[in-house]
Design a binder for this molecule. Structure first.
Ligand code: GLN
Ligand code: ZN
Length: 757
């Protein structure tokens, strides 16, 4: 069996690409220097893959910013506002990615969106009525030739026309249909160009196929590919899918003239049963995605070999593949000196996954793999993982009863009790939690982390900041205060570090967008709370004011979604463990006199399964109850808030209400308040704080602007349910914008109160 990967991380072992690109942005290095770094990285990565014995090495998986953006450029989908800047190609690419403000003009960037169910973001191509799609294959060909010159015939990878058209934004009257013929011609030219250059395989990524598709979608897919598949070229055409299974469209795809189909056997829960039911095709190569490209655990060779043996009965020609691009995992475990070897050996980042592919290839060619040392040492990893079990946690989860997920008394009754207990005015004002993380705040944390300050000095500094923050909020006149979150670098990392069961990496960066990378913690074992986490801080902050200060926690769904999850237990089990740990913190805060507790679920919306038909069974059915478990134990007068970053939850509005929080705050300012009519239509009962201004911009909203936003909200939300707040935490903002913005916010709420009474 041959081996292949779908794509390799581009950022580099030391995040070289990030740092060099940022230097280029600041004008510290020339474009030539940046392109030289990029080329060196590409060649190093090629060499690394070749040395590992990989057979099908991808090219064009590299990008200076984003692969979808590169595809748009390769198809000539460069909106005129960028062309009119008359910049060189690289500068044009960055103008599309980040916007441009300079001597040649002032234009906004393309929109950015989450790439399917990952934390990677792509640039959304824009197609207007004047767009003429036409191939410009220079990047794809250059990277192919460059590899060829170093002795490697790569498998060029390109986003396929279907996924491209489905993800593009249409700013004029034309639709995907209208671009069908021209895009097909562009891809036809591409396969000829690559085939002539010597490519043996060309990979078209079509992850959009793993959604629930309409019949019109599949008609579009046919229309796009039929002409391509009838071209006579020597290169094989590989239809690569990932992030799920193919369900309804699978039988149809088998009938099409692809030379290979790439199928995901890790996230594609039904992939195997589809093959059992419909078989595979004798004249196609199956690129079997058996190594998880999204998670960081070692592959279980026994399970994989069993799967491959079964697949062999249906597909005579199999290539061992990853389930998706390795873009979504860090570079190598070799950078992790802080993790004990007995733990590190359970992890496989991108480089280690290359080794796993080579191991598996070897094992499939061995007569008795069970006797091979590669096999036996792998078995040991899976034989016993006692070290990650915590019996107390296991029995606490096992002992959960349905009543643990229900808060008493019911919402309406609590709402009344809380109004009396908290004495808040109409339109209570508050913030989402964090206050500006100024340079001194970050320095204090960094000094403590690197041992340059001791714990006492670190705490003293933070307390001083909390004191200032409370005083500032009182001066501004906010009704419900926060402590400012100065001790938190990241809302998930902070809790991970303070809970048992997490593992932290030093260098395990994953690209999130452009030059931004994230370092998700790893859920290693059963999660539990070692000791109270936020109680001291909350109690101190509350001692400084008569007004309620919110306790501030991150919810279980967000903690899980922004970490690398375990694979030896279900997501549901993991979420319940985290929920129990956070529940203990909630109860502790309450005992210590905290009257309002906010449990952030910033990432709840984003991990909805790609297929709507899976939303309930695979996610909401356990995510929503887990949130309820966190707060179901509090007294009726304790008010539970939650916060979500996106307001695009019109389609799960009942489930959000079912979280049974008392108040929810969310982003609304950028989405034209469209969520409001959904709330009204659903008779949303939770009190709501739709953000009245956008914290992602340094702009200061005027009192009039906020007042008119609130008036608009009042058309949909009953006055006694409306809260007034910004749309997210203020940590990325400076004080100079924060103070006037919040002052205007309070003035707007006061104005509205007086005009209503
Ligand atoms: N409480 C957090 C903050 O204010 C929420 C952050 C978020 O929603 N991403 O920073
Ligand atoms: Zn937010």
């Amino acid at each position: 069996m041959k081996t292949s990967i779908i794509g390799f991380p581009r950022i580099g072992f030391h995040r070289e690409l990030k740092f060099e690109t940022e230097k280029y942005f600041k004008g510290q290095i020339s474009q030539t220097q940046l392109l030289q770094t990029a080329r060196t990285l590409r060649l190093d990565h090629l060499k690394l893959q070749a040395q590992s014995g990989l057979n099908y090495i991808p090219s064009n998986d590299f990008s200076l910013y984003d692969g979808m953006l590169d595809t748009a450029i390769a198809l000539g989908a460069v909106p005129s506002r960028y062309r009119n800047l008359h910049l060189d190609p690289v500068a044009t690419c960055f103008a599309m990615a980040r916007g441009y403000q300079g001597t040649n003009g002032d234009v906004k960037a393309l929109a950015m969106k989450k790439w399917f169910n990952t934390n990677y973001h792509y640039m959304v191509p824009e197609l207007d009525d004047d767009t003429v799609l036409q191939l410009n294959a220079s990047k794809i060909l250059t990277e192919f030739q460059e590899a060829k010159q170093s002795g490697i015939i790569t498998k060029p990878v390109v986003t396929g026309p279907f996924t491209f058209l489905k993800l593009a934004e249409y700013t004029g009257r034309k639709t995907a249909e209208d671009f069908c013929d021209s895009i097909s011609l562009a891809y036809r030219d591409l396969i000829h160009a690559l085939s002539d250059a010597g490519a043996e395989w060309i990979q078209f990524d079509e992850p959009f196929l793993v959604h629930d598709l309409e019949s019109s979608d599949f008609a579009l897919f046919h229309k796009l590919y039929q002409p391509l598949l009838s071209e006579k070229v020597s290169a094989g055409i590989l239809l690569q899918t990932y992030f799920g299974d193919l369900r309804d469209c699978y039988p149809d795809l088998l009938q099409m003239n692809f030379d290979g189909i790439g199928i995901d056997f890790t996230e594609g829960v039904q992939s195997l049963s589809l093959i059992r039911k419909y078989g595979f095709s004798k004249d196609k190569t199956l690129f079997a995605g058996v190594i998880n490209g999204k998670n960081i655990w070692r592959n279980d060779y026994r399970g994989t070999l069993t799967l491959l043996a079964e697949l062999k009965q249906y597909a005579p020609d199999i290539v061992l593949n990853t389930s998706c691009s390795l873009l979504h995992v860090p570079y190598t475990t070799a950078g992790e000196n802080g993790i004990a070897p007995e733990k590190l050996c359970h992890l496989a980042f991108a480089c280690e996954k290359l080794t796993e592919l080579a191991d598996l290839k070897h094992l499939t060619e061995t007569a008795r793999p069970e006797d091979d040392c590669l096999y036996t040492s792998n078995r040991k990893l899976f034989a016993h993982r006692h070290e990650c079990r915590n019996e107390n946690v296991q029995s606490a989860v096992a002992a959960l009863r349905p009543s643990d997920f229900i808060r008493e008394p019911a919402f309406a009754q609590r709402e009344k009790i809380q109004k009396e207990a908290l004495h808040l005015p109409l339109f209570p004002t508050t913030t989402i939690g964090s206050f500006p993380q100024t340079a001194d705040v970050r320095k204090n944390r960094a000094d403590y982390r690197h041992g340059r300050t001791d714990r006492a000095a670190y705490d003293t500094f933070n307390r001083e900041k909390i004191k200032e923050c409370i005083a500032l909020q009182e001066k501004i006149g906010l009704d419900v205060l926060v402590h400012g979150e100065y001790e938190r670098n990241d809302m998930v990392e902070y809790f991970g570090e303070n809970l048992d069961g997490f593992l932290f990496t030093e260098n395990a960066w994953v690209q999130s967008y452009g030059t931004r990378c994230v370092k998700p913690p790893i859920i290693w074992g059963d999660v539990s709370r070692k000791a109270p986490i936020t109680v001291d801080t909350a109690v101190y902050a509350q001692s400084l004011s008569k007004k309620p200060v919110k306790g501030m926690l991150t919810g279980p769904v967000t903690i899980l979604n922004w970490s690398f999850p375990r694979e030896d237990i279900t997501r549901k089990e993991s979420i319940l463990q985290i929920a129990l740990a956070i529940r203990a913190e909630v109860l502790d805060l309450e005992v210590h006199g905290i009257r309002i507790i906010q449990i952030d679920e910033a990432a709840l919306r984003e991990k909805l399964p790609l297929r709507k038909s899976d939303w309930h069974s695979e996610y909401l059915a356990f995510a929503i109850p887990a949130f309820r478990l966190v707060h179901s134990g509090v007294k009726p007068e304790t008010q539970i808030h939650t916060h979500m970053c996106y307001s695009e939850f019109g389609d799960i509005i009942r489930e959000i209400d079912d979280m049974d929080a008392d108040v929810i705050t969310f982003e609304a300012s950028r989405s034209n308040l469209s969520i409001l009519s959904d709330l009204k239509a659903a008779s949303f009962r939770t009190e709501v704080g739709p953000g009245v201004y956008d914290i992602h911009s340094p702009r200061i909203p005027s009192c009039e602007e906020i007042t008119s936003a609130l008036k608009k909200m009042l058309e949909y939300v009953p006055a006694e349910k409306l809260w007034v707040n910004p749309d997210c935490g203020l940590k990325t903002r400076a004080e100079k914008e924060t103070v006037p913005s919040l002052t205007n916010l309070v003035a707007a709420a006061r104005f509205l109160r007086s005009s209503l009474s």
